[in-house]
Design a protein around this ligand. Structure first.
Ligand code: ATP
Ligand code: MG
Ligand code: MG
Length: 559
């Protein structure tokens, strides 16, 4: 039965061809506009858009907007922009609500064919009877009565919940979805796309297959949790003698240390745990974009994960490795000091025969000369990273310590510390007292050559803010962790939110450059991969620069 009901008649196939200019692959990407897209959606997009693109076909971006309670225009706009940012060009943008008139006609036709009825059971009665395979007392009303009641539903003559239209399928069916699923329900809510024309709205089970069919979709792909809805998908199309797309399912993508469910992401927003939907820690695509992740890196990741039906639980390190690989190839290098420690180079004038500053030419990328060079000024006062000086030397430590030399990146010089001073210019006795170093430039490189090569910025550098990001959750799977500890199913998983997921360093200093444009990506040498956050105020004087750490230079997950 199942195979037969999936088969199209030659007439229907001919109609499909005629309506799609002979296109043999027509897919759709069908987000519900009740949240922003997240990383999981990239798998669906790569399948829906990617399969169509590879086969010279078309992919429609369809807003599956049948639930007016939670849907918003802002999400629609964001989804369109994100799809384009990911590099996809929808053949058409449609809305399930575009078809509300047609769907209503089809519902009336279904009633006429004796295959739908208006039911007045309360939701809990309906659920119980479905469980017990007991037919509704309203199941055998006459067609006339059903037509009349359905019209009354449409006219708003019932209260919300007082009536639904149900498909008359099979209350004994082993698949519970087939036990007379709901086709229409009453909702006195205005719809973001069609306004307040309707007070009855079609269900997912009624809408999805009909709109797929009306759009002449050839391949309808969805995630595995919809597999049990496939029977009713084909039942309805068969009941109405309509064209039948080929349906197949793939597994959801799950990522460690985060959640990829719109409802859960909404909870994180509502709790105010992050800056918003586009917080760089969020697995939303607008968040990943703000973090500096690029579409190429993201797609590389999703493609590498594969499209199987098998469970898709992927460790965050895999995504980060793809991002790191992309950044390493594409990000120009810069020097930024996160926690600056001023260093006075006492012999600057004698060593360099220059009173003020000397310039050095610095390559923008070690392996890509075509990215050019930039000029840095090397000044008598520079800033080094606080963690690159210690009063106590150690064997595996290559930074500066009293008497120990290290090289300065891109200068060819080494320096040696002469004194570590407190704010009052007294000798410091512990690392946290150190506020200033006195050092000398060694024009002769010491032998053996120092192992440490330190990044630095000059007196001409600019203050900036660096935001360092860590995983959103402390554990790989917050939902499972909550279940194991018997925490509340509703929000227990939120206890694993990582309070250190954002660390803000407001005293950082960066090279004064003119290419700090929002979204631009960089490698800060020895420090990490970063991008310029849109919170930056580049026009202000002095400009306020904010950088987000996109990813660390090396993997930081414990083995
Ligand atoms: P949620 O359960 O988070 O509400 P959804 O499946 O209802 O997600 P939609 O916006 O309706 O989300 O989904 C649009 C498309 O993206 C659907 O085809 C859906 O199956 C797919 N999709 C959603 N989440 C994932 C995921 N984590 N991995 C792969 N595909 C996904
Ligand atoms: Mg959905
Ligand atoms: Mg959903």
């Amino acid at each position: 039965r199942s195979l037969d009901s999936m088969r199209n008649t030659p007439e229907l196939l001919a109609l499909q061809r005629a309506n799609t200019d002979g296109c043999s692959v027509v897919t759709r990407f069908p987000p519900e506009p009740n949240a922003h897209l997240h990383c999981g959606h990239t798998k669906a997009m790569l399948l829906d858009f990617g399969y169509a693109m590879r086969n010279g076909g078309r992919c429609i971006l369809r807003f599956d907007d049948t639930n007016p309670d939670t849907e918003e225009q802002a999400f629609i706009d964001s989804i369109i922009e994100t799809v384009q940012w990911m590099g996809y060009q929808p053949y058409q943008i449609t809305y399930s609500s575009d078809y509300f008139d047609r769907l209503h006609e089809l519902a009336v036709e279904l009633i006429r064919r004796g295959k739908a009825y208006v039911c007045h059971q309360r939701p809990e009665e309906m659920a119980r009877d479905r469980e017990e395979k007991r037919p509704s007392p309203w199941r055998n009303r006459s067609v006339e009565e059903n037509l009349d009641c359905f019209e009354r539903m449409r006219l708003g003559l019932y209260d919300e919940g007082a009536a639904v239209l149900r498909m008359k399928i099979d209350m004994q069916h082993p698949n519970p979805v087939m036990r007379d699923p709901v086709a229409y329900r009453i909702k006195y809510a205005a719809h973001p796309h069609v306004g307040d024309r309707w007070c009855i709205y079609p269900s997912y089970d009624f809408t999805h297959c009909l709109v797929d069919s009306l759009e002449w979709i050839t391949h309808s792909m969805c995630t595995l949790e919809f597999e049990i809805r496939r029977d009713s998908y084909y039942w309805l199309l068969e009941a109405l003698d309509m064209y039948r797309p080929f349906v197949f399912e793939f597994s959801r993508l799950n990522l460690s240390h985060t959640v990829l469910s719109k409802r859960k992401l909404t909870q994180i927003i509502e709790r105010g745990l992050v800056r918003g939907w586009d917080d760089p820690r969020m697995p939303t695509l607008i968040g990943m974009r703000r973090r500096g992740y690029t579409p190429v890196a993201i797609n590389h990741f999703v493609a590498s994960v594969g499209f199987s039906r098998a469970e898709n639980n992927v460790h965050l390190r895999k995504l980060e490795a793809c991002v790191r690989q992309y950044m390493d190839q594409h990000a120009p290098r810069r020097m930024v000091v996160l926690e600056p420690l001023p260093v006075l180079l006492k012999n600057f004038a004698q060593a360099l025969s220059a009173a003020e500053a000397v310039t050095v030419q610095v390559p923008n990328h070690p392996k890509r000369p075509e990215l050019g060079t930039r000029t840095l000024e090397f000044t008598p006062m520079i800033y080094l990273e606080r963690t690159d000086f210690r009063l106590q030397d150690a064997k595996d430590y290559y930074g500066l310590a009293p008497g120990k030399a290290a090289l300065l990146r891109h200068t060819g010089f080494a320096i040696r510390v002469l004194a570590a001073l407190t704010a009052q210019h007294a000798p410091a006795t512990s690392d946290d007292q150190v506020q200033l170093l006195h050092a000398e430039i060694l024009t002769q490189l010491p032998q053996p050559r120092p192992k440490g090569v330190l990044h630095w910025v000059s007196e001409k550098s600019m203050p900036c803010e660096c935001r360092l990001y860590e995983p959103l959750f402390c554990v790989e799977d917050p939902l499972q962790a909550a279940a194991e500890q018997n925490l509340s199913e509703r929000d227990g998983w939120l206890t694993f939110f990582n309070p250190k997921s954002e660390r803000i360093l407001q005293q950082a200093r960066c090279e004064s450059a003119d290419d700090w444009q929002p979204g631009a990506i960089f490698q800060f040498e020895r420090v990490g991969f970063y991008c310029v956050d849109p919170d930056s105020q580049l026009e202000a004087s002095p400009p306020h620069l904010v950088f987000n750490r996109t990813v660390t230079l090396r993997e930081s997950f414990p083995k």
